[in-house]
Design a protein around this ligand. Structure first.
Ligand code: SAM
Length: 288
């Protein structure tokens, strides 16, 4: 019997194909198409609207870098807001820090949380039941326009700017996030693979630049986010936060007592060093 393949449809002219030895679940919620497939190399894979979201084998890279970098850079994060993140990987990594006192997670689709608790249990690893975690089922865009809570760190772990995720890449969303940040707070977001989605990186740069004193990007190589460096947007009103040296970050990291498989203090610092082709594309970064 020939091997079945699933092909990602994020790009009209390019796609990765994964051999599918089992479709464990498939449905359409009111927001999106959801599936869990099993691939011999990456294990269980969550797809939303035809796009790879996370896999059992490489999820640690993305989830460690989108959490430990801002938490270590800030140095005193107590209150965190997660937008999206229905698989629970971001919540798991945030809750590993004893200093975190409160996490609000705003996920638009309960079906993603339910599906991932059942089929990707190691992503959340019990974090949805952490007494510090408060799960809200809502549109993250609406939440940041109206919320009265204030946070040290906001992490936008959304789908790509299509479907329900599209609003999470707008100036109004970023302005809502800035409103919900405490002084000295940090916003980080998933912003796609720069080589493949450069327009999205440039759009985010312009939008953050119009709101925050300091913005930049940092990167990590995530095998199933195909096409090169996965880019994370960074924004704060304190430029010093992202420019600390490895000794200071390592001192904090040694005190955190968190084991990782990708993040290191040296990689934290190096991740903000962007390739020339990305710097040249970003407003005002050419001289970096
Ligand atoms: N790591 C993945 C990536 O980089 O593409 C993202 C994973 S996570 C599953 C993305 C989550 O964003 C999904 O659970 C989706 O339901 C949620 N989401 C999309 N649009 C949203 C919105 N407007 N408000 C809140 N959550 C949203």
């Amino acid at each position: 019997m020939s091997q079945e393949f699933w092909t990602e449809t994020l790009y009209p002219d390019y796609g990765q194909s994964l051999a599918v030895d089992e479709v464990l679940f498939e449905t359409r919620s009111e927001h999106q198409h959801l599936s869990i497939i099993h691939n011999p190399r990456f294990g269980r894979v969550l797809t939303l609207d035809g796009v790879v979201q996370t896999t059992e084998r490489d999820e640690f890279i993305y989830h460690e870098m989108l959490t430990h970098v801002p938490i270590m850079a800030h140095g005193a994060v107590k209150r965190v807001l997660i937008i999206g993140g229905g698989d629970g990987g971001i919540l798991r990594e945030v809750c590993r820090h004893a200093g975190i006192e409160h996490v609000t997670q705003v996920e638009i689709d309960q079906a993603v949380i339910d599906l991932c608790r059942e089929y990707l249990p190691d992503h959340s690893a019990g974090a949805f039941d952490d007494p510090r975690a408060h799960i809200v089922i809502d549109d993250g865009f609406a939440f940041v326009q109206n919320c009265s809570e204030r946070f040290d760190l906001i992490i936008s772990d959304s789908t790509d700017p299509q479907g329900p995720g599209e609003v999470l890449f707008t100036s109004d969303f970023y302005a809502g996030c800035q409103r919900c940040l405490k002084p000295g707070g940090v916003l980080v977001t998933q912003n796609g693979v720069a080589f493949m989605q450069m327009d999205e990186v440039i759009n985010t740069a312009h939008r953050l630049g119009g709101l925050f004193t300091d913005w930049h990007f940092y990167g990590a190589a995530v095998p199933t986010y195909v096409g090169g460096i996965m880019t994370f947007a960074w924004a704060s009103d304190d430029p010093a936060l992202r420019q600390q040296d490895a000794d200071r970050i390592r001192q904090r990291w040694n005190g955190a007592g968190v084991e990782t498989r990708y993040y290191t203090p040296e990689l934290h610092v190096g991740a903000f060093a962007l390739p020339r082709y990305i710097l040249d594309a970003l407003p005002g970064k050419r001289q970096d």
